[in-house]
Design a protein. Structure first.
Length: 382
């Protein structure tokens, strides 16, 4: 008998990378005949809510607990799903595994962890989790698998995927408020964390300021929350970095907060972008990097962690130096500012228009290539 599946992650309609991949997994697994539920650590509160998958099947979305990562209810939700289905439940985690600290998780028969690794080497807390006897780690990037190999931990490699919704589309300039003659730099990154900020906001904004000083037709669209209690005040950072007023634009903040930007709208904006700025301190994968390339945009990314394996040969990788992360007891990457400026300048001077190499690279991560791997894995973990 097939196991029941419970995905512990963000609500599938949440405007996050975790939410989007949860939607993809839930839709595909239910279409393949698996009994699937979702255990929310972000996005649903108070009561079990129905979620309708792409195939039209209604599945339960279990609510968040009182704990910050729903650790107080994670095991109870999985056990309840087993009772409802009459099957053993495989808990499929899609989130940072260092937060998984409930001792009762050892009671579950099987846990499959789609684990992001954005440090070198594997942080001790992540290694401890991935080495548990009832845990099967699934690396979402070749970088992560290599780090697990280095730690002596066996894992499976299944990357994140990009749907057919992300392809070249017209109309992004109108959505962002830019004219056809402007050079558009786009960023799409969650504004979370403050000490430090993993998305290297200060380095990116200082580089944008220096680049904009050379070219009056350069503008930037930053698809994120401008101010966020879980992050930093990006409007203050832009002002401190010296970015000229009116040349750095955020989305309508209410529309962003309630998830009104569809994948089709995002694809239009990627299609209009002249370059995607995706430099960070570390990426477990980097979904916007692949989404943007699927729409023809080239990337400026960090020459570290998962990013080099994701980008096309005509994109740009910037160097930096290792930085100790005392919270994770491992190193991540501090990008240097001047290489970002140089990459922006090269993108500005390069031929405009979509990149066939970027589109070809993104095709490697289409859902059809990788989703069947989940069926093969989940059939045999118990």
């Amino acid at each position: 008998m097939r196991p029941a599946i419970q995905i512990w992650s963000n609500f599938p309609l949440a405007p996050t990378g975790y939410g989007q991949q949860t939607r993809v997994l839930a839709d595909w697994l239910t279409a393949e005949g698996f009994e699937v539920s979702i255990s929310s650590n972000y996005g649903v509160q108070a009561a079990v809510q129905p979620y309708t998958t792409a195939s039209g099947k209604v599945i339960p979305q279990y609510p968040m607990g009182y704990d910050g990562y729903s650790q107080d209810v994670i095991v109870s939700h999985a056990n309840h799903w087993s009772e409802q289905t009459g099957r053993q439940t495989v808990l499929l985690t899609l989130f940072d595994t260092w937060v998984l600290k409930n001792d009762r998780l050892a009671e579950l028969p099987a846990i499959v962890s789609w684990v992001p690794i954005d440090h070198t080497p594997v942080p001790p807390a992540v290694a401890r989790w991935c080495g548990q006897p009832n845990v099967t780690p699934v690396a979402m990037a070749e970088f992560g698998k290599q780090q697990l190999d280095n730690a002596g931990i066996q894992s499976v490699f299944i990357p994140h995927t990009v749907s057919e919704e992300f392809s070249r589309r017209p109309g992004g300039g109108e959505l962002m408020g830019f004219t056809d003659d402007q050079f558009v730099v786009m960023m799409n990154a969650a504004n979370k964390g403050s000490t430090p900020t993993r998305k290297a906001w200060s380095e990116n904004f200082l580089a944008l300021s220096m680049f904009m000083a050379k070219h009056e037709d350069v503008v930037a669209y930053i698809h994120t929350e401008a101010r966020c209690p879980a992050g930093i005040d990006l409007t203050m950072l832009a002002k401190a970095a010296g970015i000229p007023k009116g040349r750095l634009v955020f989305p309508d903040q209410y529309a962003y907060r309630i998830g009104m930007f569809s994948n089709e709208m995002l694809a239009k904006m990627y299609s209009r972008a002249n370059v995607m700025l995706a430099v960070s301190m570390g990426e477990g994968f980097g979904i916007p990097t692949v989404e943007a390339q699927a729409c023809g945009a080239r990337i400026i990314g960090s020459n570290a962690t998962a990013t080099p394996e994701l980008v096309s040969k005509d994109s740009w990788l910037v160097d930096g130096q290792p930085e100790w992360d005392p919270a994770q007891l491992s190193f991540w990457f501090r990008p240097h500012i001047h290489p970002i400026v140089s990459a922006l300048e090269e993108a500005y001077q390069a031929k405009r228009g979509q990149s066939p190499q970027a589109i070809s690279k993104a095709e490697q991560y289409r859902e059809k290539h990788w989703l069947p791997k989940w069926g093969e894995l989940l059939e045999k973990v118990l």
